[in-house]
Design a protein around this ligand. Structure first.
Ligand code: B1M
Length: 216
């Protein structure tokens, strides 16, 4: 029964039916499925399949975009459940997809899961230039900067952001975590990031670990 609704979510997302995905996501919640299961076995699974079809040239950018919007509609239903909590924020994270990169699905999932773990999240969106990260460190004093990149061509913007922070003397005021499909631990080390996470769930664990390293 729960498998039926998850398959329905996958199929509806692949068709790019935003209202349908939102409706089915609500239905899945009503049926008692967990947010994690709906997210991983419904929404993400379908989006990954879309990615594979895109890679194989079976579908093209417009279809991918439409599916991505349907994915957002599902995430929008789940998000309040991650965030709903009266507990004091664990820490403040500023997150963004780096300059030159417009991919935001993974970044939004990381953001949503951080909120679910009671972090206060300031989301700078996509195509965020190093100067914007710098400005926000100055004005919001976050504990952590979280940068996402999906393109090999935008990975360099992470290095550039860390360089700008170093030059302004603010690098040591904030912990930095990086992630996204082309990012590796080796790359994270090479640019001087404090942490790397391969997926959203790991990003939450790593963010919690980083907080422990911040002197009170
Ligand atoms: Co683009 N795209 N895309 N795309 N796109 C990829 C990334 C690509 C791998 C497809 C391919 O060729 N096989 C390829 C990149 C190749 C590379 O450089 N290595 C690619 C390309 C080339 C491009 C364009 C250049 C295409 C073109 O125009 N010719 C163009 C670039 C535009 C730009 O950014 N300047 C482009 C455009 C687009 C769309 C706009 C059509 C759309 C984005 C819509 C949107 O995001 N709103 C899109 C999409 C959807 C994809 C694929 C199909 C799916 C990405 C996705 O959302 N995955 C992707 C192929 C694929 O991944 N199979 C592809 C689902 C998401 C949940 O996973 O984002 O990896 P992901 O996030 C994961 C982890 O990576 C991690 O956690 C997330 C969840 O667990 N994670 C973090 C992410 N950020 C993190 C940060 C962290 C920690 C973990 O800490 C801070």
């Amino acid at each position: 029964m729960s498998d039926d609704i998850l398959i329905n979510i996958q199929v509806t997302l692949a068709k790019g039916d935003r209202n349908g995905v939102a409706k089915l996501t609500k239905e899945a919640l009503d049926k008692g499925l967990s947010v994690k299961v709906i997210l991983e076995d419904g929404l993400i699974k379908s989006m990954n399949a879309i990615g594979e079809k895109f890679k194989a040239n079976e579908i093209f950018i417009p279809e991918v975009l439409i599916a991505a919007k349907a994915m957002h509609a599902g995430i929008a239903v789940l998000e309040p459940l991650f965030a709903a909590s009266g507990i004091k924020p664990t820490g403040r994270v500023v997150i963004g997809t780096v300059k030159g990169d417009l991919h935001d699905i993974g970044k939004n999932i990381v953001s949503m899961m951080l909120k679910g773990a009671c972090f206060e999240v300031v989301d700078l969106g996509i195509d965020v230039p190093p100067g914007k990260f710098l400005e926000i460190v100055q004005t919001k004093s976050p504990d952590i900067i979280a940068m996402s990149s999906l393109l090999t061509t935008s990975m360099g913007a992470m290095r550039e952001t860390i360089k700008v922070l170093k030059e302004s003397g603010l690098r040591d005021k904030v912990k930095i975590i990086v992630g996204g499909a082309p990012i590796t631990q080796g790359f994270a080390d090479s640019i001087g990031a404090d942490s790397y996470a391969k997926d959203a769930a790991t990003a939450v664990d790593k963010a919690k670990e980083l907080l422990k390293k911040i002197p009170m």
